[in-house]
Write a protein that binds this ligand. Structure first.
Ligand SMILES: CC(C)(COP(=O)(O)OP(=O)(O)OC[C@H]1O[C@@H](n2cnc3c(N)ncnc32)[C@H](O)[C@@H]1OP(=O)(O)O)[C@@H](O)C(=O)NCCC(=O)NCCS
Length: 331
């Protein structure tokens, strides 16, 4: 079976930069609190006319241009997001339409911050078995219009940012390169530690003025629990990835962990015993862009030359569900 390689990558973040200081006009917070607790200095927010698929289309076009592949040559779209344009259909079909592609399948991945790794796992299986040869994998998120910008929602509102990252994936015959493994996990026992109550089928009615009044449409989080689980599950899944391929920490060129919080990234680094140069971080500039955080970071590393052919890259993520996972890739 061939392995899956990253043919090209691309990312897009909206123009508007929102600094920590801007939040002080809406809520009781400070730049100092946000920086020291999360490592975030600023994030990008979409304009009022953009939806998630608009961010995705920019990242996807860049990835396709870099590969010299026309949209018409894509066999399948895998779209990871927790913030689709509409409740249904999923964002994948909007991306397909905006790229002007015909009737190829579009699969929507709903695994939040772990969405890109879940999507990679699915795409990798399809490519290895020969079902599809050119898979466009996208992680895109528009969080800014879904945040409670009052003091009540300050724990979450300051964390998230908007953005999109894309990768064009395909088979490589080189036995030494490509995706070596993916490992994905979930534990629904903790679903309500990071979730959004409204909009689905569990509530009667699905949406009412009373529910809105109570703020049930805003995301909620038990931050300390999320922190604890994230900083143990990610290192655990990285070790599984290495063990599966008979590799060690010394073999790793770069670990890209989902950018949730700089303190979580530092915990992951410490637990794995990684040097500073083996760990990538960009949360300072983008905040937590959920399913987009890993592909944005990957593209930055490729463009800056921090990741070159032959390097061992490890991806890991953790998020709502809880879901988590890892991928080992020989670039
Ligand atoms: C959210 C997080 C930064 C909070 O940090 P913390 O050190 O755990 O802080 P706590 O939740 O104990 O809150 C401490 C205080 O800061 C307050 N606080 C929360 N958000 C704040 C903000 N933006 N500005 C100022 N104060 C804030 C809390 O209300 C609390 O006040 P209190 O002591 O008067 O009750 C941290 O829990 C975290 O990063 N968790 C993981 C979040 C995450 O990564 N989520 C996405 C995963 S994919």
């Amino acid at each position: 079976m061939p392995r899956t390689e990253f043919i090209s990558t691309g990312f897009y973040v909206p123009e508007r930069v929102v600094t920590n200081d801007e939040f002080t006009q809406w809520m009781d917070t400070s730049d100092e609190w946000i920086r020291t607790r999360t490592g975030i200095r600023e994030r990008h927010w979409a304009s009022d006319t953009q939806a998630t698929s608009d961010l995705a289309v920019e990242a996807a076009k860049l990835a396709l241009d870099r590969a010299g592949v026309k949209p018409a040559d894509v066999d399948c779209i895998v779209f990871a997001t927790l913030s689709p344009d509409y409740m249904f259909p999923g964002a994948g079909v909007y991306l397909q339409r905006k790229l002007g592609i015909g009737t190829i399948p579009c699969i929507d991945i709903r695994n939040q911050c772990t969405g890109f790794i879940y999507g990679l796992s699915v795409a990798d299986a399809w490519i290895r078995t020969g079902q599809y040869r050119r898979v466009l994998l996208v992680g895109a998120e528009l969080q800014s219009s879904g945040l409670d910008l009052t003091t009540r929602g300050r724990d979450l509102a300051v964390l998230f940012g908007d953005g999109a990252g894309a990768a064009l994936l395909g088979p490589t015959e080189d036995p030494h390169r490509g995706v070596l493994s993916t490992h994905i996990y979930a534990d629904g026992a903790n679903a309500e530690l990071l979730w959004c109550d409204l909009g689905g089928s569990a509530n009667r009615p699905r949406l009412s003025a009373d529910q809105l009044e109570k703020g049930m449409h805003w995301p909620r989080m038990v931050g300390r629990e999320v922190f604890k689980h994230a900083s143990t599950r990610m290192p655990e899944s990285v070790m599984t990835a290495l063990k599966t391929s008979g590799l060690t920490i010394q073999d790793v060129k770069l670990v890209i962990a989902h950018q949730a919080n700089q303190r979580i990234t530092e915990m992951v680094q410490k637990q794995l015993g990684l040097r500073d140069d083996q760990m990538y971080a960009n949360i300072e500039r983008y905040g937590n862009t959920t399913a987009a955080s890993i592909p944005i970071a990957v593209d930055e590393c490729v463009q800056s030359g921090r990741l070159v052919r032959g390097d061992l890259l490890i991806l890991t993520a953790f998020g709502s569900g809880f879901t988590w996972g890892s991928a080992a890739i020989r670039w």
